[in-house]
Design a protein around this ligand. Structure first.
Ligand code: NIG
Ligand code: FE
Length: 426
């Protein structure tokens, strides 16, 4: 048997949640499985996991004086968490909007009257590359501190100002080079109808099809293309056009669908074979059935519903029963969900979506990896996979979700290296 030298070992892991299993999104009963090992042990060589098991290491895995050993007694260890829907790159903030909403003005009314996303577009246009980079870096550090090792991030605060859209995508690229958290970029030029195109939104759609999508694809600035398909924003027909064209250019389709009202976004997500349909609070039963048949992932964002002060949450239980793979993410953005805290979203998964702890951890690991087409690299603790691992100072997964609103992270490992340590003097 070939001997291997471990560079990092996590031992005495009280609750090792591996999510071991097929490298694909999990559905139905599969979402109730976590691959839990008590008294677990993990060996890492450089950036890859080389052993996962119980008790002690097998004979073929050696430790040396250089091997870093972490004692995880009393801790819960999971795959690095994945936040699969964020609007990370933007300038400014919109706290005033919260207080407008308290007075009874609705999110879509604020947008309709020229505020909301448009305010962030103005601020983002004005911001320099450095300003955007530094603000996003701060948020990325917060995400990492919550145990997140991979995120998706969208453009969408430039709209018809293509330079600003590109600036956002370039900031992501630069951050990706320098920051331990991996960023998967999404082009969301169709985030709102630009003010200039209010009376001729089809002309903006043409601009997206003819100029923006081909350029983003040619320069390989994004992996996914997304559209805000919503009443008063982009129609189903327009969204179909944009995402169909994006597909032709090799950008994989995602869609903000039926976030506030149902316009047939879930049906469109299924028709186009979107990788994920996101939000889905208003999705119709038929749309959900179609998504289940096509294996479209439902990405749910309960902190957005909460922050919009809506009573109605996405029907996660129904979705899981229908066989839709479910993911959970923060939607981190300055308008509808100003939080980087994925642990809070996990608690909301339980409190507001009635999901079980097992379903919740599936949603922010292997299913989230599948929604970013990274299921072969990350999302579970398995031999051959990237050593992205989060250690929480909690006696169980249940406790992590129950004791809500605080940060339980003890340590985070990305590609085999410790990148966050709550207690640096160990
Ligand atoms: O997912 N709905 C569109 N986009 C974001 C909100 C962006 C903003 O308000 O700035 C969302 O809720
Ligand atoms: Fe969003």
């Amino acid at each position: 048997m070939k001997k291997e030298e471990a560079t990092l070992v996590l031992k005495n892991i009280s609750n090792l949640i591996t999510l071991k299993g097929p490298n694909r999104a999990r559905i139905k009963r599969e979402m109730s499985e976590t691959g839990l090992i008590n008294n677990g042990i993990i060996a890492v060589k450089n950036d890859k996991i080389i052993y996962v098991g119980q008790g002690t290491l097998p004979k073929n895995i050696k430790t040396t004086a250089e091997t870093k050993i972490i004692d995880c007694k009393g801790k819960t260890v999971t795959p690095g968490l994945i936040d699969s829907h964020t609007h990370l790159i933007h300038a400014g903030s919109r706290e005033y909007e919260l207080f407008e909403k308290i007075k009874g003005i609705k999110y879509l009314e604020i947008l309709e009257s020229g505020g909301g996303i448009y305010d962030t577009v103005e601020a983002t246009k004005k911001a320099s590359f450095k300003e955007l980079y530094e603000k996003a870096e701060k948020s990325l550090n917060i995400m990492l501190s919550y145990g997140v090792t991979t995120i998706e991030a969208k453009s969408g605060y430039g709209l018809d100002d293509f330079e600003t859209e590109l600036k956002q995508l370039e900031v992501m690229k630069e951050l990706n080079k320098n920051h331990p958290v991996d960023i998967v970029p999404t082009f969301l030029g169709a985030h709102a109808v630009p003010k200039k195109y209010r009376n001729n939104s089809d002309d903006f759609v043409e601009k997206l099809l003819k100029e923006m999508i081909p350029f983003v694809s040619e320069k390989r600035l994004a992996k996914f293309c997304d559209v805000f398909c919503e009443k008063g924003v982009f129609t189903v027909e327009q969204s179909r056009k944009i995402l169909s064209e994006a597909k032709k250019f090799g950008l994989l389709p995602k869609i903000h669908a039926d976030e506030i009202e149902s316009t047939g976004g879930a049906e469109l997500a299924a028709e186009l074979g979107c990788i994920s349909g996101d939000h889905l609070v208003g999705a119709s039963y038929n749309g959900l059935k179609m998504m289940a048949e096509k294996g479209v992932i439902a990405n749910l964002l309960p902190t957005t519903t909460f922050f919009l002060q809506s009573e109605k949450y996405a029907k996660a239980r129904k979705m899981i029963d229908l066989g839709i793979p479910v993911t959970l993410s923060t939607d981190y953005n300055p308008g509808s969900s100003p939080t980087e805290n994925l642990q809070l979203v996990m608690s909301f998964g339980a409190i507001k979506l009635n999901m079980t702890p097992q379903e919740i951890i599936n949603s922010v690991t292997i299913n989230a990896a599948a929604s970013l087409k990274l299921e072969n690299q990350v999302g579970s603790i398995d031999e051959g996979k990237n050593a992205d691992i989060s250690i929480f100072d909690t006696p169980s997964l249940e406790y992590l979700i129950y004791h809500f609103g605080i940060n339980h992270t003890y340590m985070v490992i990305k590609n085999g290296k410790i990148v966050y340590n709550k207690n640096p003097i160990l």
